[in-house]
Ligand binder design. Structure first.
Ligand code: FRU
Length: 497
């Protein structure tokens, strides 16, 4: 049974999307069908296609009662919208269907596990959102909410847990056929932790243990966890709220953390070894991963930052896009991220330059321009005796605007800088990180898609994402050196039919 609320959302989105032309959207990044989008949800491969759901408020370009939007793709780049999958239409989720995940059941049906939110009056008269875990099962288009919902509620929380912060289940199946899920939570003092639950059938769940805990290190509540094996290690991803920076490694506010370690299957114990931020740019949050049929671990995140997500005009027809899906690997104890290999199939019209040397100059290269491009830049010192001081790539540039990637080899610091991108807001426009460069050599891959830039440093050792609102006519690219550099550049247009 499809509720009237969902019917209304489906009718509304089908009508309203006609007012948005393809040119007003990114070319190959998934943007919301209409209204507002935040976290990716239910990312999975089902019936021969990638399904991606998302936190969705169709009626407004600002956050509101959460629905689940839905899109499918065969290559993670060309997306087709399906009708909205969930609406907040039951007593247990009347105030929102928050984030969650998906998987295929033994009988071929598709299961969604999500957080149901309902506002409840507290003894002191205030309204608080109580969060429980719920299930919906369907065929890849229409989903029916389970009559036994919620399947996990405050009774299933360990002692000392905050029942207002219990959300974002990530579900998976073990080799023995049993189910596991991890859920974001925090203590009553708001210290983040990830809870592990188990189930025989996917419907009846049992609390197992605290899989990981913050102990005051990375922010407060831990949202949107994911957990998987990769290259002989186990990786836990989470997006903490209220972070404090640690040097250049984390930044204030809502950030992302990757914990790399080992996992003892027998005792289901995760032992942390390393931690790092996931994305070092400005706009990236709440990533979710899948294992593809050929065994690639692919991650997609919301390409936005919560602190700047409420500043746009309510008349804007859409707000929110996903980042480019990334293939993950673990090397030397670090998470590496690179654009999905499918992106290469969009490459056309390559323009290549080798050994371009320049000193204390700003140069443009014939044919190197564009706003939907895939560009590789390798830079190295042009003078053996003296390391250059700074190297910059400017893009989305015209007489008035540009966005930049800067690199200072002496300090090994990289920075994205969108101060001159056309934003009139007094918000964060620059972010820095340390990169690896022993001798001033650096390798970049820069992906532009109309309203965003994603920069992958040293074959995926660091990734930096940002959104930008610069008009599409600003399509220039220039290179600036302080000191002497030599560089190779190859640029492809990305052609999306
Ligand atoms: C993260 C988040 C999730 C929640 C959802 C609500 O961005 O706060 O924890 O499920 O967004 O839209």
């Amino acid at each position: 049974m499809i509720s009237q609320k969902l019917v209304n959302a489906r009718e509304y989105e089908a009508k309203k999307e006609k007012g948005i032309t393809p040119e007003e959207r990114p070319a190959f990044h998934l943007s919301t069908r209409v209204g507002w989008m935040n976290d990716p949800n239910g990312f999975c491969y089902y019936n021969g296609a990638y399904h991606l759901f998302y936190q969705y408020h169709p009626y407004d370009s600002h956050w509101g009662p959460m629905h689940w939007g839905h899109a499918v793709s065969r290559d993670l780049l060309h997306w087709e919208y399906l009708p909205a999958a969930l609406a907040p239409d039951m007593p247990y989720d009347k105030d929102g269907c928050f984030s969650g995940s998906a998987m295929e059941l033994e009988d071929g049906r598709h299961m969604l596990m999500y957080t149901g939110v309902r506002k409840e009056k507290q003894p002191d008269g205030t309204l608080r959102e109580v969060q429980t875990q719920c299930i919906a099962v369907g065929d890849g288009t229409d989903y029916e909410k389970y009559e036994g919902n919620p399947v996990l509620d405050e009774k299933d929380l360990p002692e000392g847990s905050c029942r207002f912060d219990f959300r974002d289940p990530k579900i998976w199946r073990k080799e023995d056929g049993t189910f596991r899920c991890i859920i974001g939570n925090c203590t009553e003092e708001r210290d983040g932790r990830i809870l592990l639950y188990s189930s025989e059938d996917g419907y009846h769940w049992k609390y197992e243990k605290v899989l990981a805990e913050n102990k005051g290190r990375f922010g407060q509540m831990w949202e949107c966890p994911d957990f998987f094996e990769l290259d002989g290690k186990y990786v836990l991803l989470t997006s903490p709220q209220g972070m404090l920076p640690q040097g250049l490694e984390y930044h204030n506010g809502n950030g992302t953390v990757c914990l790399i370690g080992t996992y003892d299957e027998e005792t289901e114990t995760f032992t942390e070894e390393r931690n790092q931020a996931i994305d070092y740019g400005i706009d990236f949050y709440a990533p979710q991963t899948i294992l593809t049929p050929e065994g690639r671990r692919i991650m997609i995140g919301w390409m936005q930052c919560w602190s700047t997500s409420g500043l746009h005009s309510p008349n804007q027809p859409w707000f929110g896009q996903m980042n480019l899906p990334r293939e993950l690997s673990v090397k030397n104890g670090r998470l590496y991220q690179n654009p999905v290999q499918e992106l290469e199939s969009l490459r056309c019209q390559g323009v290549k330059y080798e050994n371009v040397d320049f000193e204390d100059d700003c140069i443009c290269l014939e044919g190197i321009e564009g706003r939907t491009i895939d560009m590789e830049v390798s830079v190295r010192p042009g003078n053996e005796a003296e390391l250059y001081r700074k190297f910059t790539v400017r893009f989305a540039q015209d007489e008035n605007y540009y966005t930049a990637f800067h690199f200072w080899p002496e300090d090994s610091i990289a920075e994205v800088d969108r101060r001159f991108s056309g934003s009139r807001e007094d918000v964060i426009h620059e972010r820095r990180c340390y990169v690896n460069s022993a001798d001033g050599s650096l390798k970049l891959r820069i992906i532009l898609d109309r309203f965003s830039a994603e920069i992958f440093v040293n074959d995926g050792e660091h990734a930096l994402s940002l959104t930008m609102e610069t008009g599409q006519e600003a399509d220039g690219i220039s290179f600036v050196a302080e000191g002497a550099v030599v560089m190779d550049v190859v640029k492809y247009d990305l052609c999306v039919e």
